[in-house]
Ligand binder design. Structure first.
Ligand SMILES: Cc1cn([C@H]2C[C@H](O)[C@@H](COP(=O)(O)OP(=O)(O)O[C@H]3O[C@H](C)C(=O)[C@H](O)[C@H]3O)O2)c(=O)[nH]c1=O
Length: 185
């Protein structure tokens, strides 16, 4: 496994090292020792899959609030996606910055997204299957989101979404959050 730094603290791209032979290949996709050596989360309590039928479907940007904040390891086991993580840690030097990576069944790449980040993706092919390892259980009451097209973040998505949920269209803009935070201070 190759751990690639993204210049955003805690956010890693992990590339499998495939052992190739005449049958195909084998690669380790998770290793608690390798993760522990780098201070990454080693305990995952849920593993989930989402299927998106249509190219340019967009899901996200989602996160869970503390105490249910989770580390996510995202991979695409069928098709190809444009995967995005946004740093929402107010104390971070990269607060509100985003990083994208193309995940696909072909490259087997994984995106390690720590607590305090929002996550979303856009399908780049029809019929994508995305897999998640989550370090915290799904808790609907703590599931929040931000708008994929928030100008304050400025994510450069490949294309306008063809399919997106009403819920994902109705998340507040970060400006609303900051106004709310100011009001509550
Ligand atoms: C996340 C989740 C959802 N669900 C149920 C709740 C809904 O009835 C249904 C679809 O949920 P949602 O619309 O939130 O699914 P996505 O829009 O694909 O959201 C996911 O994709 C974005 C990009 C993420 O980063 C999150 O991991 C996750 O929120 O599955 C569960 O039962 N367990 C779960 O862990």
């Amino acid at each position: 496994m190759r751990f690639i730094n993204t210049n955003i603290d805690g956010l890693w791209i992990i590339e499998p090292e495939r052992v190739v032979d005449s049958r195909g290949s084998f690669a380790r996709t998770f290793c608690s020792d390798e993760y522990a050596k780098r201070g990454l989360e080693t305990r995952y309590v849920q593993h989930s899959e989402s299927i998106s039928h249509s190219r340019f479907t967009l899901r996200g940007l989602h996160y869970q609030e503390p105490p249910h904040a989770e580390v996510k390891i995202v991979s695409c086991c069928r098709g190809e996606i444009f995967d995005v993580a946004v740093d929402l840690r107010p104390e971070s030097r990269t607060f509100m910055q985003w990083r994208s990576v193309v995940l696909s069944g072909a490259n087997g790449t994984l995106f390690y997204i720590p607590q305090g980040f929002a996550h979303g993706f856009q399908a780049l092919t029809n019929d994508v299957a995305v897999r998640y390892m989550m370090s915290a259980a799904f808790e609907p009451s703590s599931s929040k989101g931000i708008r994929y097209d928030d100008p304050a973040i400025g994510i450069e998505w490949p294309e306008p979404p063809t399919v997106i949920s009403e819920r994902d269209l109705s998340w507040p803009l970060m400006k609303c959050y900051s106004d709310l935070a100011t009001a509550q201070a």
